[in-house]
Design a protein around this ligand. Structure first.
Ligand code: PXP
Length: 249
């Protein structure tokens, strides 16, 4: 199998909507942020429509589908409501994530191995509609094998444990997580899956992940939106792009 030289950056704009929703008005507009991100070098835009609509809302998805020229990666839980919405819009990619109301963010990966039959049925119509189906999972062999068996085209490896260990100064653990991510990226690539990664990535943690030749896309949100307060959205994205390209070179 061949490796891709260009590492794609998907910018997740959920937390622009978080700030908007804190006041209940129309600003800041996540669609405006998505257009700016696309101009600043994002290869795709990611938006997670949660069941509770805590950040992105249905109208945002309508407007993103209209406005974007880069692909939309539509993140969603495996529920009938979300499946219907995805089938109506037919975004370029659909990323299936676990979702709990009480969590602050997507805490773990999807338990594909335990819900294999249900998920296989769930993703079939999405695939038939032409969406690239991605499954967000922990870097575990049994989850990767299950994602492969159900016919997903893509897996996205959860980098949260690696990033948390780095942020909390648990460097031995961080290095173990990194090694696990490396091995599992290789394993998934050998199975023929396209490999993405994301969650919690920052300027400090992106480089070692970007160096894995099997990974073709990183999805990054919270850090970039936060950093844009200090340097502006376009420069924040440009710096992430630069670090990713440097690591890949
Ligand atoms: N990838 C997936 C599947 C996610 O659920 C998230 C968080 O919504 C991200 C990437 C981006 O994580 P972060 O906002 O921490 O960069």
């Amino acid at each position: 199998m061949t490796y891709s030289e260009h590492l794609r950056l998907g910018v997740n704009i959920d937390h622009v909507a978080t700030v908007r929703n804190a006041r209940g008005g129309a600003t800041p507009d996540p669609v405006r942020a998505a257009i700016l991100a696309q101009e600043a070098g994002a290869d795709g835009i990611t938006a997670h429509l949660r069941e509770d609509r805590r950040h992105i809302g249905d109208a945002d998805i309508d407007r993103l589908m209209e406005a974007l020229t880069v692909p939309l990666n539509f993140e969603m839980a495996a529920t009938p409501e979300m499946q219907q919405i995805a089938l109506r819009h037919k975004p370029h990619a659909v990323c299936i994530v676990p979702e709990k109301r009480e969590e602050r963010t997507t805490e773990g990966g999807l338990e594909v191995a335990r819900e294999e039959n249900e998920l296989a049925h769930f993703i079939a119509p999405l695939r038939d509609a032409g969406c690239r189906v991605s499954i967000f999972i922990a870097a575990e062999q049994r989850q990767i094998e299950a994602a492969h068996r159900i016919g997903a085209a893509v897996i996205e490896l959860h980098t949260g444990a690696y990033c948390d260990a780095h942020a909390e100064g648990r460097f031995d653990e961080r290095d173990k997580e990194l090694e696990r991510l490396r091995e599992m990226a290789q394993f998934a690539h050998l199975l023929g899956l396209e490999v993405h990664a994301g969650h919690g990535l920052t300027y400090e943690t992106v480089k070692p992940i970007a160096e894995f030749p099997e990974i073709v896309e990183l999805n990054i949100g919270h850090f970039l939106i936060g950093e844009s307060i200090f340097r502006g959205l376009s420069p924040a994205i440009a710096e992430m792009r630069r670090l990713m390209s440097e690591a890949r070179a």
